[in-house]
Design a protein around this ligand. Sequence first.
Ligand SMILES: Nc1ncnc2c1ncn2[C@@H]1O[C@H](COP(=O)(O)OP(=O)(O)O)[C@@H](O)[C@H]1O
Ligand SMILES: [Mg+2]
Length: 422
Amino acid sequence: MGMFERDTDIYRDRDALREDYQPEELVGRDEELDTYRAALQPVINGEQPNNVFLYGKTGVGKTAATRYLLEHLKEDTAQYDDIELTLVSLNCDGLTSSYQVATRLVNQFRSDTDQISTTGYPRASVYEMLWDELDACGGTVIVVLDEVDHVEDDSILYQLPRARANGNLTEAKIGIIGISNDFSFREELSPKVRSSLCEQEIHFPAYDAEDLQKILQQRVDIAFHDGVLNPGVIPLCAAYGAKDAGDARQSIDLLMKAGDLARDDDTEHVTEEHVDRGRRALERGRIKEGITGLTQHGHLVLYALLTLDLEGEVPVRSRDIRPRYTRFTEMAGRDPLVPRRMRDHLSELAMLGIISVTERNEGRRGGTYREYAIDMDLHLLLEAMADTVDDVGVHKSVQEFLDEDVEEPVVDTSLAEFATED
Ligand SMILES: Nc1ncnc2c1ncn2[C@@H]1O[C@H](COP(=O)(O)OP(=O)(O)O)[C@@H](O)[C@H]1O
Ligand SMILES: [Mg+2]
C-alpha cells in the first residue's frame, strides 16, 4: 500500500466548493441578472456601453454574477464580426490609489516583456499609456473594477468613464463596471463621479437562510456523492451564513470544512456534528486573525484582563486592569500607555467581540462607568496569544488554568519566569 491513497468516499468534486469555482447557473438572482443583462445589452448592439455600479455586502454573488454575464456576453458577441469585445478585470483589494489601478490596468494590456513598474511615473503619463492601450484595442472595452471601495481617491473613477468625452479616447468605446462591498462608498463619491460611474446601479441584497439552502444544494450535487450528507447539514450551514451577513461564501466554506472533517474521520457521512466542529474551527481561525492584527499593547491589555478573568475578578473596571497591564508591559520591556490610550485598546477589543463591556451606573451620584470581561473561549484566546505570553511570562493564574487541563498545553509553561508572583 502506498503512503498516499485516494479517498473518494465523500467528495465527487471538492473543487466545486472552492472560492475560484464558477457555478454554471446562479440560483435565485433572476431579478438582479435581468437588470444587469439589460445594462450590458448595448454592447451586443455595438453601442457605447453603460457604466454599471454593483453594490451589496460580501458574499452575495456580485463577482459571480459579473463573471457569469461577461462570459455569456463574450460568447454571444463572438458571432458578430462587427463587434470586437475586450474584457479587463481587476480586483482592487490591496490597491489604494488610482495610480496603482492605472498601472495594473496598463500591465494587463501589455505583454510580459513590456510591463511598466508600479511606481515612479507621473500619474498623467500612466494615464496616457492607458489611453494608448485602450485605443489600440479599439472596439468595445469593458473594465471591471471589483472591490473598488479599496481605492481611496476617485481620479481614475472620474477619468475612465469620461475618457471618450474628454477626447482621450477616439477608437475604443469603454464601459466601466464598478463593484463595491460597501454602500457608503457610493455616497462618498463626488457628484460628478457618481453621475458618470453609477449610470446603472444594481443592488444585491443579502441572502436569507432559504436562499442559502438552495445555493448550497446546487453545490452539494456537484461536490458530494449522493446520500453523503445528513439531512441537517445544509440547513445548519445555511443558518450560519444567514446569521451575520447573508454571505454565501461563509456557508460554502463551512460546508467544505464539515466535508473535510468527515473525510479525516474516515466516515462515509457528513453529520451535523461535523458542521458544529467545522464552525468552531472557522471561528477559531477568525479570532486568531483578529488577535494577530492587534498591536502589542492590545495584546498586553488583553493578557492583563485574561488573568483577572481567570482569578474571578471580572467584570472589572479599566482602572483596576491598569496596574496589571502596567506590570505586564514592563515585563515585556515596553513603556505603558496613558490610561486613555489603554482604554482605546479595550474599546477595540470589545468591537472585535473578544471582550464584553457593561455600562454601570454609580446610582444617585449619577456617574457611569464601564466594566470589562473576556467574551470568548479562554483556550482559543491563550492559543492565539502564545507570543505575548512568551514575552511577558506565564502568569500564575494561567499556569493553574493549564494545569487543570487534560488537553495539550497551548502555551509553553517552561518559560514560567514569574509564575508565582503578583
Ligand atoms: N446565487 C448564487 N448561486 C450560486 N452560487 C452563488 C450565488 N451567489 C453567490 N454564490 C457563490 O458564493 C460565493 C460568494 O459569491 P461572490 O460572487 O464572490 O460574492 P461577492 O462578490 O458579492 O462578495 C462564490 O463562491 C459564489 O460562487
Ligand atoms: Mg466579490
